[in-house]
Design a protein around this ligand. Structure first.
Ligand code: 15L
Length: 261
């Protein structure tokens, strides 16, 4: 069984992913805070993403890294810089120095959040970040490109939509992904022999999607969940309108206007 490091293992999304990945991998879990309810098979190590030497010890000997660590919403520059810019750099650098070839990077839809909702987009578009957070995820994708081209790492960046048991508004009907569909994409990122530096969207089989996810389908992705099953409830909730057209008309929603969250 391969050993896989999950960074940010105390987070909500990684907590949903752990039981879905455990049947296939020996999991090493890292976070700066305590990881909830580790099983006897999970190896927990506390580490700060800002500490490269500590990270080198954490990644040493693993077969792949699933990097979800960092800050997952909009915040002030110091927070984003330390957690997502320095943090992502250190993860890629630790991988290179310790000879770990595979990285699955948790990117975000907020890399392209200032595209209008009327546009259906392939992956190969110029980034239009909607926040310092989105900008930091674009930096992470660019790190993947550099480390693949220059050092031969194999990197899958997933522009994740929104991971929750079910989508709760119209925007999320377009971008939602279930935990099991995301786990499938993570496994593709860890296993697929043709990964060099690929970027894909992380969404389920969503009828109202804004993204063309051909890149993921080419790698064999077959989503099993559909946001449309929750459409009536999400539309009735009527949570979408902020009154600011930047948020209401663009894909990134409230990230297009928020300064912190
Ligand atoms: C993200 O990238 C965030 O990490 C998550 O908390 C959600 O806000 C999501 O995007 C979203 O766009 O709904």
């Amino acid at each position: 069984m391969k050993t896989i490091l999950i960074t940010g293992a105390a987070g909500g999304v990684t907590t949903m992913l752990r039981p879905l990945l455990r049947p296939f991998y020996r999991l090493r879990l890292s976070d700066r805070v305590a990881v909830p309810s580790p099983t006897v098979d999970e190896d927990v190590v506390q580490a700060e993403l800002g500490d490269l030497s500590a990270l080198r010890r954490v990644v040493a000997g693993v077969d792949g890294i699933v990097h979800f660590g960092g800050y997952s919403r909009e915040a002030d520059w110091a927070t984003i810089h330390d957690a997502n810019i320095v943090g992502a750099y250190n993860v890629f650098e630790a991988a290179r120095l310790e000879g770990v070839k595979r990285i699955v990077f948790a990117s975000s839809n907020h890399v392209v959040g200032f595209y209008p909702r009327t546009q259906t987009m392939p992956i190969e578009v110029t980034v239009r970040p909607d926040s310092r957070y989105g900008l930091s995820k674009a930096f992470g994708e660019a790190l993947g490109s550099l480390y693949a081209d220059k050092y031969g790492l194999e990197v899958l960046s997933i522009r994740i939509g929104h991971v929750l048991p079910k989508p709760f508004d119209k925007r999320r009907l377009a971008i939602w992904i279930s935990a099991r569909d995301l786990a499938q994409l993570v496994r593709i990122g860890l296993e697929h022999p043709e990964i060099r530096n690929q970027v894909i969207y992380g969404m389920s089989d969503n009828k109202r999607a804004w993204w063309d996810n051909s890149n993921a389908f080419r790698l064999g992705y077959k989503p099993v969940d559909r946001s449309e099953d929750y459409a009536a409830e999400a539309i009735a909730a009527d949570r979408d309108t902020t009154g600011d057209p930047r948020a209401d008309l663009n894909q990134g929603g409230e990230f297009c206007i928020a300064e912190t969250m």
